[in-house]
Design a protein around this ligand. Structure first.
Ligand code: ARG
Length: 503
């Protein structure tokens, strides 16, 4: 099948002196092409092949790309300054119409690119028809998606920073609050709640780094690749890249270096989706913990009521809908990653219409991630009430419940073993001694710290009065001063490091 551009060109060539194409002529493909095609496109095929319903959201990127291209065509002497001014004026009008919701998107014109170009031509005449010189929709769409995604990545990155700051605020307030740390969801060792939250700050900081990396590879210019082989016009691709801010950290223009690759690969979108899926997985893990912690069984935290819902049958319920939905939405973002990567795998070089299928999953990934990050910023950190100036919402912590949960489950057993090692036992022997002590404590339904000294000494005579400090939750916490450990002094150092990193 011939490309739409080629088909339109052939129609124009039949009568080189014809007046500017009217919107009417441009928008009715089936009539316009009747000389070439023996039958009009059926309504079903039109609906099946067109993308304007969803790709119209690329309009700003499309116009920015067209303006940069036209400006370069002028400086290279390919179009006249008069044509460029007409294009500039026309695209401004088009933008205003779209913004005002007055633009008449036509299914017949297939996609955002042909819709905008047709309207431009209707508004400014021949100059509009010259805009597509040295360009194809193949390099145009690849440019649009990259520009659009770059700006979305910037928004996502700033929300990732906000979420880290919100977590840091809660962490700072809860450095001294102790909860049981789990392995296998069995009580393992006491940890600071601040330390626990900092684990998520680490995850989101890596998500941020990934976004920065993906942005670098997304922010490169395909325009100039034309349909697939480059173009015979003397284009200045680097000029276009600079105009569109497709530059590296040194300000050097970034241009895709192979025309076939430029129009065909969507690896930047796949990479972005992978980074987005990982970020959602991290949010999903936090969600799972919030759901557990909010349950009556745990009772560790509360979140503001506006993030929960009631039950239509059980009046006592407050369900953690937001974290549950975030956990659920992670599935669809992971699904989009699978969709995009599968979309790519069977495509021969160069552009194939398959690539039109990149948009809906990509758009939904961006929307889902952005909304989820925003709602988590507010749910974790709370929001400043404009009237009172006080912060409302956020996570509120039941420190007592956390500590009493840590006291159950012999969370300081390792500390006793380490104590015995300091008294000269080999770790394996110490481990065995403590196992005996725990067994005895369980039989008496007491914590290790509740066993009298003579009882403890039966297990090993080296045990002394100073053991009780070791067996306390706080003693256990304070002892873990190693870099990255849960001792409050270490947690405070980490908070300070994150704060200066995020400043
Ligand atoms: N709507 C198309 C897409 O999203 C634009 C490129 C079409 N190119 C073509 N040769 N049919 O990929």
């Amino acid at each position: 099948m011939l490309e739409v551009e080629t088909r339109l060109l052939m129609i124009c060539c039949r009568n080189p002196h014809r007046t500017p194409m009217t919107h009417k002529q441009f928008d009715n493909k089936s009539t316009a092409w009747s000389a070439l095609f023996s039958e009009p496109m059926s309504e079903l095929v039109k609906r099946y092949t067109s993308s304007v319903r969803f790709d119209q959201r690329l309009w700003q990127a499309d116009i920015a790309g067209s303006l940069a291209h036209a400006e370069m065509l002028m400086t290279q002497g390919i179009i006249t300054p008069e044509d460029y001014s007409a294009v500039e004026r026309g695209l401004k009008l088009v933008a205003e119409e779209i913004k005002a919701g007055q633009f008449d998107w036509k299914l017949d014109l297939e996609d955002v690119h042909l819709n905008i170009e047709a309207r431009l031509t209707q508004l400014v005449g021949d100059a509009g028809k010259r805009l597509h010189t040295g360009r194809s929709r193949n390099d145009q769409v690849a440019t649009d998606v990259r520009l659009w995604l770059r700006d979305e990545i910037d928004l996502i990155s700033s929300r990732l920073s906000d979420l880290q700051k919100a977590l840091l605020d809660v962490a700072e307030k809860n450095v001294e609050v102790i909860l049981p740390g789990f392995t296998h969801l069995q009580v393992a060792q006491p940890v600071s709640f601040g330390h626990h939250l900092l684990a998520y700050v680490e995850m989101f900081s890596r998500d941020y780094e990934r976004m920065v990396e993906v942005r670098r590879r997304t922010n490169r210019l395909p325009l100039g690749a034309a349909a697939l082989a480059g173009t015979s016009y003397p284009l200045d691709r680097e000029r276009v890249a600079r105009t569109l801010r497709m530059v590296d950290e040194q300000g050097l223009p970034q241009v895709c270096q192979n025309s076939l690759d430029a129009v065909s690969d969507r690896d930047f979108a796949i990479e972005f989706s992978a980074a987005a899926a990982l970020c959602m997985v991290h949010i999903s893990r936090l969600s799972e913990e919030l759901v557990l912690w909010m349950s009556q069984t745990f009772g560790f935290v509360k979140i503001a009521d506006r993030f929960t819902t009631g039950s239509s049958i059980m009046p006592q319920k407050k369900n953690p809908d937001v974290p549950e939905l975030a956990r659920g939405k992670t599935g669809r973002v992971v699904g989009h990653l699978m969709g995009l990567i599968t979309l790519m795998k069977g495509q021969p070089l160069a552009y194939n219409k398959d690539n039109q299928e990149d948009k809906e999953p990509l758009f939904d990934t961006v929307d889902t991630l952005k909304d989820t990050l925003s709602i988590f910023c507010e749910m974790v950190g709370g929001q400043v009430n404009a009237e009172t100036g006080f912060k409302e919402g956020g996570i509120s912590v039941n420190a007592e419940r956390m500590e009493s949960a840590a006291r159950k489950g012999y969370a300081t057993a390792t500390d006793l073993a380490d104590y015995l090692v300091r008294k000269g036992l080999a770790f394996r022997d110490a481990h065995e001694v403590v196992a005996q002590a725990v067994k005895a404590a369980i039989a008496q339904q007491l914590d290790l710290s509740e066993l009298p000294l003579p009882v403890l000494q039966q297990f090993n005579p080296a045990i002394d009065q100073d053991v009780y400090q070791v067996l306390s939750l706080r003693g256990s916490l304070d002892a873990r001063k190693v870099l990255g450990g849960t001792a409050p002094e270490q947690v405070r150092l980490q908070i300070a490091r994150h704060r200066s990193r995020l400043a």
